[in-house]
Design a protein around this ligand. Structure first.
Ligand SMILES: C[S@@+](CC[C@H](N)C(=O)[O-])C[C@H]1O[C@@H](n2cnc3c(N)ncnc32)[C@H](O)[C@@H]1O
Length: 393
């Protein structure tokens, strides 16, 4: 008899209204194997996202050589090397043999990812992107995570469970590029966030909160939907080894922008205790959100939530909003537009111009000239905004 779960896993179906994050698109196909189905029958994948903690190490010839050897091992530990793998390795060895300088820019900074400019750049790009990939686990193997946990507890890998393509209402189950951008900024500005209390809105898989908790004291990672929050909590468990050294923690909680109150129902799995709400209000100084501006009603709801929370905080607070402008051609405008982005910018201006006795909101864009710790394409549509919510009384 064929196991139903096994059968479903062999034939994942993606509905026509599904959306797929580019972050996953760049993963090589051969690495796309799923680890299980979630409670609602969606295939779940586990990806290892490498953190380039020490760019000097990465730039060193030693590291470059090791990376090639490591990848050679990865290829060999699967089935036989296919021709494409062999060619990739050959090209990579050739690239590496050009020396460390090939990876450094004019100032000596490491260039992790370059947008393709020529055929040879394209090849190099592919090899660099290969560093981000879902890891192949055995289907149906119950203790797969335990094995992986033992093998990989190194401080330079974030392990994230996610789904690969989802209907719009489940987008939080994928990792989005803006989450990487925000994570980069956190790692770049580590000292700014050290030991603080943080609230993430629409945290999705939890990747940004997990990165934040490597330096911050406590991060409330919030979102909606039991299934998503369970996946997020699983990711927090998978990455304990990254947070423990600094004593940071992530608390996964439900926080619906469309509701006025925190969920405090003790029967609800991700509800808040009164102590946690008080802790948030008394200590939170940073609020962050990545890729949450894609629907005007939700944007309005999120800004209302921001207003409410900042007014309840004891201290002034800084809000970081990372986003990716998504351009669409619309027949209505007969032009390429980005309506969700325009609505976001208008709402941002409204917040800044608000005449409020208690809080003054100051908005500024953050220059994206900080280095990359994660491997993804830092496309020009990415933006990071900083709002200082200063208590006036
Ligand atoms: C595009 S995803 C971004 C997820 C994650 N921040 C990332 O960048 O990978 C948008 C997130 O907003 C969350 N969201 C949507 N509506 C929400 C609401 N009413 N309250 C709280 N979160 C919401 C979704 O569940 C999802 O996790």
């Amino acid at each position: 008899m064929v196991d139903v779960t096994e059968k479903k896993m062999d034939n994942p179906t993606f509905k026509s209204d599904t959306v797929l994050s580019d972050v996953h698109l760049y993963c090589p196909n051969k690495r796309h194997l799923m680890v299980r189905l979630n409670a609602v029958g969606q295939p779940v994948f586990l990806s290892y996202f490498k953190l380039l903690w020490n760019t000097e190490d990465l730039a060193s010839e030693k590291h470059v050589r090791e990376a090639t050897t490591e990848r050679e091992h990865q290829y060999r530990s699967g089935n036989e090397l296919c021709d494409k793998d062999r060619n990739n390795l050959k090209t990579e060895r050739e690239l590496n043999s050009e020396g460390v300088e090939a990876l450094l820019d004019d100032d000596g900074d490491l260039e992790v990812v370059r947008r393709p400019r020529s055929a040879s750049d394209l090849e190099a790009e592919d090899l660099l992107r290969d560093r981000v990939y879902p890891v192949v686990l055995m289907k149906g193997k119950e203790d797969a995570f335990e094995d992986e946990q033992q093998e990989c507890t190194c401080s330079d890998v974030v392990k994230i469970e996610h789904t690969m393509a989802t209907p719009l209402e489940d987008v939080g189950k994928q990792v989005w590029r803006a989450a990487f951008l925000l994570a980069d900024y956190i790692l770049f500005k580590r000292d700014t966030f050290r030991c603080c209390s943080v609230l993430e809105l629409g945290g999705g898989t939890g990747i940004t909160s997990i990165i934040m908790a490597t330096v911050a004291k406590r991060v409330y990672c919030t979102d909606v939907g039991e299934d998503l929050l369970a996946m997020c909590e699983q990711n927090v468990v998978l990455n304990k080894h990254l947070m423990e050294p600094g004593g940071g923690e992530v608390k996964v909680k439900e926080l619906d922008w469309l509701k006025d109150e925190f969920c405090t129902d003790p029967e609800a799995p991700y509800s808040w205790s009164e102590e946690e709400i008080a802790d948030l209000h008394n200590h939170c100084t940073v609020i962050m959100a990545a890729d949450v501006f894609y629907d005007d009603d939700l944007t309005d709801a999120l800004f209302r939530m921001l207003y409410r929370i900042t007014h309840n905080l004891r201290n002034s607070c800084t809000v970081y909003l990372a986003l990716e402008k998504r351009l669409n051609f619309t027949l209505r405008h007969m032009d390429v537009t980005c309506e969700a982005y325009s609505h976001f910018r208008n709402t941002l201006s409204d917040l800044e111009n608000l005449q409020d006795r208690k809080i003054k909101y100051t908005v500024e864009p953050v220059k994206l000239d900080f280095c990359q710790f994660l491997v993804y394409e830092r496309i020009e549509q990415l933006e990071l905004w900083k709002i200082i919510a200063e208590q006036l009384t």
